[in-house]
Design a protein. Sequence first.
Length: 445
Amino acid sequence: MAALLAAVLVVVVGPSTSAGADSTQLYVYQVSAPTDAVAQRLFDEGFDVLEDRTGTDLFVLGDAATSRQLRAAGFQPTIIQRLKPTGWAPPSTRLVPNSAAPAVAPIDETYYGGYHTVVAQYAHLTSVATAHPDLATVVDYGDSYLKTTNAATGYDLKAICITHIQAGDCALNPNVAKPRFVLMAQIHAREIVTGDIAWRFIDYLAGGYGSVAAVTNLLNSTEVWVIPTVNPDGVDEVQQGGNSPYLQRKNRHGTGCANPPTGSNQLGVDLNRNTVTHWDTTGTTNGRCTQTYPGSSADSEPETKAIEGLFRQLFADQRGPADGAAAPVTTRGAMITMHSYAGMNLFPWGWSNTHTGNDGALRSIAAHMSQLNGYDYGQPGEILYNASGTSDDWSYGELGIASFTIEMASCGSFIPAHSCTATDYNNNLPVLMYVAGIAGAPYQQ
Ligand SMILES: [Zn+2]
């Protein structure tokens, strides 16, 4: 039966996978990068290096020309995946907030088989806070780049604070009674499973208080802050691809790049390369249209400034400025920023293989995360590649809080079928609950 089914599938799938050459066809190339220096050269040459690694091989997204460029640069690329052609379906309507007469209720707006739009994410935050005023409050912590340039475009930047609210809880002040855990999603817009994991986590907490003991205990003791779309301008661009989402990674600051964006040519600044922490020293590219362009200066982007400002309102600075300084064992606070699709648990430093002053505790926490979700763990330079100016290096480096990146497995794709979000969510809910649960004293684990 299985063999018969397989034979039928081959017949069905065969024609579409043998489609003719297409200049807009995208490929994933596997490239050997046996040393840090070779890995860095991929960034220096401007290639779109994906957040994935197998052994000492890295992966590059590009079109047919990218293969020639890689070979010219001395690499030996192998095609391992053929993505959907970029002759995409007409973009969906740009879904700006407050648009008149939306086709569906804002909270129901989806694209690509169920992924929530920015408007839906924000309507969801409002809906949860309205339904659970004892548990949740929404904070507008700034404006996206496009909104700073024109109030009619772009988005507010929004977070939700979830806890069993007592007097003083969720205040924008680091001196509060409860420790805090922050979960960030979609700083890289095209890593779309992460936004929906944030959505599901919010519902799990708001719906579980009083009925799920672990949730009740967590929300009685801890503030959980969730930012479902750190980069809403970028997510808006992704969703305009409709059933073929655009692979926009960065924010939307800039001009003169491919429009609509492609996987290898797009305007914007990589918000996960833009922080001041060893800014533009490794894992970055110089071309404005490349994927890891770090911006014209450290902290140049409104989204970066706004989220750093929010973090400074939520957490006291608990670590000295030297790279090797340890945050004390009394440090409070933890954060996770979600990316895709390497299937890894990462911790600082990302700018170097140098260990932090809290390496023992961070590594121990990451090891436990890996027991829960089955991913590899390590510093980025140990199992992925070095990258500077990242948000978790910044939150650890500036404030001392325990900071982690989870690279969701995401079914091996930036844009998997929506059903994949359930798999990633189920695999990682225990990790989110675990790290939230140790926010009161992460370095005493
Ligand atoms: Zn990412």
